[in-house]
Design a protein around this ligand. Structure first.
Ligand code: ZN
Ligand code: ZN
Ligand code: ZN
Length: 474
C-alpha cells in the first residue's frame, strides 16, 4: 500500500530516459574518447538523471493500493525485453535505439576516431553510425541488450564481464523499485529530538543515529542514498559532525568559511527565556546553481536537511534553465514553502543573469549563504563559457562554493576547466570521494559500459579574501 508520499518517492527514484535524440548524439562519441580526451556526457547525463519528466506521469508505474506485488523479491531479475514491467521493456527499446554494439564499434569505428578531436570524432561517428549495429542481443546474465548478435556477444564477452555483475545489480534494483512491495526503507524519520546526537561519518552511522528504519539490505541502502544524496551531501558539509576534517579534507580557508556558516547554524543563544523554546536562527540560503535532478526531488525530501539543524530556517534556491519544480512548470521565478523553516525558489535564469537581477555581490553574506553545484559540467564545450561568468560572480560573493562530480573523470575535468578560467580563489575543500554519494549506480543507456554514481566526489572553493577588506572576520 503506497501513500502519496511513497508514490512521489518512487517516482523520484526512477531513472528516466533521454527525451530527445539530439541530446543523445552527444554521448555517441563516448566509446572512443572515454579515456583519451575530455568527454562531454554531462548534458546527456543531466537528461538521464533529470527527474522532472517523471512527474508528468506521477503514478505511471507505481502499484496502486491494495494491489499485490507484481514481483516477489527472489524473482526480480528479468531480461529487459521480457520484463513484466513496461518501463523496463521501454528501457530495452531505448538502448536498442540509442546504443551501439561495442564490438561493431571497435571493428568499424574506433580506429577512425582515435586521433580526432572531440567535435570531429562526433561528426565521424555520426557518419558511420550505420556500421555499428544496434544492441539487440540480450546477455542472459544481466538481461541488458549489449551486442548486435550472439557472435559479437561471444567475442566481446571478456570485456562485457567487467560490467555484467553491475548491470545485473541495476536490473534487479530497477525491478525491485517497481515490484510493488512495501518499502519501509522510505519511511523517513521526522524532526530530530532535542537530545538526539547525529553522527555524519558515513551513511551507515547517519541512518542509525538519525533513527532511519533499519536498512536490511544493500539494495535498500542504494535506493535511499540515491534519493538523499543531494540534501545530505549539503548537510554533511555544514554539520558539526561533518566527515570533512580540518587539516585533512578541509583547508584552513575552508575552516573559515564553514566556521562562518556555523556561527549562524549553531548560535550561542539557543533557548528563549522560558528555557524550552528553541530560538530560530537567521535563514541559511542554499543556492543550487545549474539545478536539475535536485530541483525535481519531492520537497519533503529536503526536510531531511532541515531536520539536522532544528533551529535554522532554510531557503533553497534552484537556479538554472533546468530548475523545474516537481509541481507546476512555471517559466518564471516561483517560490513555495513546505513549512515555516523550508522555503524553495525555482528560477529558470542563468546564474549570471540572476546575480545581476537580485543586485549583485552585496546581496550575499558568507555567514548565511552557500553555493552547491551538482555535477555542473564546467568542462563541457557547450556550457563552459556560460559557467565562466556565473562562477566568477559566485566567487565575488566570497561565499563557499561546493561542487560535485559523478565520477573521477567528471570531477577532474571540471576542476581543470575551473582552474583554467579562474585565478582569484582559495581551495576550501580538497577534492575527494564524497561519503554521501549515491550508492546506486546509474547506467548510461547509450553506453552500458559507462556507469556513474551521483555526487561521487566533492570539492570546494571560495573567492579570495583579503584581510584588509575583512578585518572583523575572525
Ligand atoms: Zn556488433
Ligand atoms: Zn566507422
Ligand atoms: Zn551481462
Amino acid at each position: 500500500m503506497f501513500s502519496s508520499r511513497a508514490r512521489s518517492i518512487l517516482s523520484a527514484l526512477h531513472v528516466p530516459l533521454p527525451h530527445q535524440p539530439c541530446n543523445s548524439s552527444l554521448l555517441l562519441v563516448l566509446p572512443s574518447v572515454r579515456l583519451v580526451s575530455p568527454r562531454n556526457p554531462t548534458l546527456t547525463f543531466a537528461r538521464s538523471f533529470s527527474l522532472k519528466s517523471l512527474f508528468s506521469h506521477p503514478s505511471a508505474d507505481v502499484s496502486t493500493p491494495d494491489r499485490p506485488p507484481v514481483l516477489s523479491p527472489d524473482h526480480l531479475f528479468h531480461p529487459l525485453s521480457k520484463s513484466p514491467i513496461r518501463q523496463m521493456r521501454d528501457r530495452a527499446t531505448l538502448i536498442n535505439k540509442y546504443g551501439s554494439c561495442p564490438v561493431c564499434y571497435e571493428e568499424a569505428c574506433a580506429g577512425d576516431d582515435a586521433n580526432k578531436t572531440d567535435a570531429k570524432a562526433k561528426h565521424a561517428k555520426a557518419k558511420h553510425a550505420h556500421e555499428c549495429k544496434a544492441p539487440t542481443y540480450e546477455c542472459s546474465d544481466c538481461g541488458y541488450p549489449t551486442h548486435c548478435s550472439e557472435g559479437h556477444y561471444l567475442s566481446g564477452k571478456a570485456e562485457h564481464n567487467k560490467y555484467c555483475a553491475a548491470l545485473r545489480e541495476a536490473n534487479e534494483d530497477e525491478h525491485d523499485l517497481r515490484s510493488g512491495r512495501k518499502m519501509p526503507e522510505f519511511n523517513f524519520p521526522g524532526a530530530q529530538g532535542f537530545d538526539e546526537v547525529v553522527n555524519m561519518a558515513n551513511w551507515d552511522v547517519f541512518f542509525y543515529t538519525r533513527g532511519f528504519p533499519s536498512m536490511d539490505t544493500e539494495r535498500s541502502m542504494r535506493h535511499v542514498s540515491k534519493l538523499l544524496t543531494h540534501p545530505i551531501t549539503i548537510a554533511s558539509t555544514l554539520h558539526q559532525s561533518s566527515p570533512f576534517k580540518v587539516g585533512k579534507e578541509l583547508t584552513p580557508e575552508g575552516l573559515r568559511s564553514i566556521a562562518a556558516l556555523r556561527t549562524t547554524l549553531y548560535p550561542r543563544e539557543e533557548l528563549a527565556k522560558d528555557g524550552v523554546t528553541l530560538l530560530p536562527t537567521d535563514t541559511i540560503r542554499i543556492f543550487l546553481v545549474g539545478a536539475r535532478a535536485e530541483a525535481s526531488l519531492p520537497p519533503h525530501i529536503w526536510l531531511q536537511l532541515a531536520h539536522l539543524f532544528p533551529q535554522t530556517p532554510f531557503h533553497i534556491h534552484f537556479i538554472g534553465p533546468d530548475a523545474i519544480p516537481s509541481k507546476g512548470v512555471p517559466n518564471k521565478p516561483f517560490s513555495t514553502s513546505l513549512d515555516a523553516r523550508l522555503t524553495f525558489t525555482y528560477d529558470p535564469s542563468f546564474y549570471h543573469q540572476y546575480h545581476e537581477r537580485i543586485g549583485g555581490t552585496t546581496h550575499f553574506d558568507p555567514y548565511r549563504d552557500v553555493f552547491f553545484l551538482f555535477s555542473p559540467g564546467f568542462a563541457h564545450p557547450l556550457t563552459r563559457n556560460g559557467w565562466r561568468s556565473s562562477v566568477a560572480n559566485m566567487l565575488e560573493t566570497k561565499c563557499a562554493v561546493f561542487v560535485t562530480g559523478f565520477d573521477e573523470e567528471d570531477m577532474k575535468g571540471d576542476m581543470a576547466a575551473f582552474e583554467k578560467s579562474h585565478e582569484e580563489f582559495d581551495w576550501i575543500l580538497k577534492p575527494g570521494e564524497n561519503v554521501f554519494r549515491s550508492l546506486k549506480r546509474d547506467v548510461n543507456l547509450e553506453d552500458l559500459r559507462h556507469q556513474i554514481f551521483a555526487n561521487w566526489g566533492i570539492w570546494g572553493v571560495r573567492g579570495k579574501r583579503y584581510e584588509v577588506t575583512q578585518p572583523d572576520e575572525e
